[in-house]
Ligand binder design. Structure first.
Ligand code: DAU
Length: 320
């Protein structure tokens, strides 16, 4: 949305429930832009959805419960948002003949030891998060087959960059490193992710919105893969800290070992990622370092309780 308002002449309506990770502060750059409007509401509420969809040409469903660890602790919100919410949006798109883009994830394919998943790889999700995202993808496809709704699906790999809530690996580790707190690495740290800078995902979704073939799915993967422990080491280096802050903690139950996407299909629409992981990570660390106004309120209050519950310890500096 940030890029579309800056680089295109789009008008954008944001419908957001503003749960724990949704923050009005993320939108403050556009609040006075006449091409932007904000509605506070849930995608599973047909009244809110009808208000948001009034007069639009396309709907992009970014709304999701995204965090795998939270889906293991409390799966109900994931079923509600991904199943019911996607259904309500699809119904509204069908009634209005509006193009519908579902923002999905590489996790619907499950883990892959070698090689990369293509769009025709079987779905094999392993957490309540990815299973409900896979269910939503199937529902989206059914609206193409059954009602001829103009649906498209974008499956992205691990995003990182500014404004990411610090429960995800990269912002969590950056903020802990800047503060001199412990960096909790799950298991042996050898799990591999395919890192995609957020602006590259945004331009990929824009390509699919404009040039994608209705009914098709497009993988949008990052240019580089990296094991978690190497991501963490690089962050420590960028923050001027040493590896004594690394804390190997109990592994995530059912932890997927490796994700990897083949993105030739979206490349054939003219898209490619422009940010390599090393550069994107450096930019991301700089953004968090320069914007404490954004993360300081998060690292206090409810977030500290979540951290205690998740890692079984407090968010504090290790004893010297
Ligand atoms: O692959 C795309 C997916 O990436 C998205 O669909 C999800 O919404 C998003 O949450 C993300 O899922 P991951 O589980 O891969 O991301 P997360 O940042 O939670 O974890 C990345 C890796 O780092 C994973 O192997 C688990 C590990 N990890 C994570 C945290 C939060 C740790 O070792 N320690 C941590 O404290």
């Amino acid at each position: 949305m940030r890029l579309r308002l800056r680089d295109e002449r789009d008008e954008v309506v944001v419908l957001d429930k503003l749960t724990y990770a949704g923050r009005r502060e993320n939108l403050q750059d556009f609040e006075s832009d006449p091409r932007f409007s904000f509605l506070h509401g849930a995608i599973e509420d047909p009244v809110a959805v009808a208000a948001a969809m009034d007069g639009v040409d396309a709907v992009l469903n970014f709304a999701a419960e995204t965090h795998v660890d939270r889906s293991i602790l409390e799966p109900d919100a994931f079923v509600r948002t991904h199943a019911l919410g996607t259904f309500v949006l699809l119904e509204a798109a069908r009634e209005r003949g509006v193009r519908f883009v579902q923002i999905s994830t590489d996790e619907v394919y499950g883990s892959i030891a070698e090689g990369s998943f293509t769009e025709s790889s079987p779905l094999d999700p392993s957490s309540p998060y990815s299973a409900t995202k896979a269910g939503a993808d199937l529902l989206v496809s059914s609206y193409r087959h059954t009602y001829a709704t103009e649906t498209l699906i974008c499956r992205g790999s691990n995003n990182y960059g500014p404004y990411q809530y610090p429960e995800k690996l990269i912002p969590l580790m950056v903020l802990n490193a800047l503060a001199g707190d412990r960096l909790p690495v799950y298991g042996d740290g050898q799990n591999v992710r395919n890192w995609l800078f957020v602006e590259d995902f945004a331009t990929g979704i824009g390509h699919v919105l404009e040039h994608g073939v209705p009914g098709e799915t497009y993988n949008i993967g990052g240019p580089d893969e990296c094991a978690n422990i190497d991501v963490v080491r690089r962050i420590l280096e960028l923050c001027g800290r040493d590896e004594s802050l690394i804390d190997h903690v109990t592994d995530r139950p059912g932890h997927d070992r490796r994700y990897s996407l083949a993105s030739e299909k979206v490349a054939s629409l003219g898209w490619s990622a422009s940010t390599r992981f090393d550069d994107g990570l450096e930019r991301t660390v700089a953004w968090y370092r320069d914007n404490p106004w954004w993360w300081e309120p998060i690292r206090s209050g409810a977030y500290r309780e979540y951290y205690q519950r998740q890692y079984g310890r407090s968010l504090e500096r290790p004893a010297p």
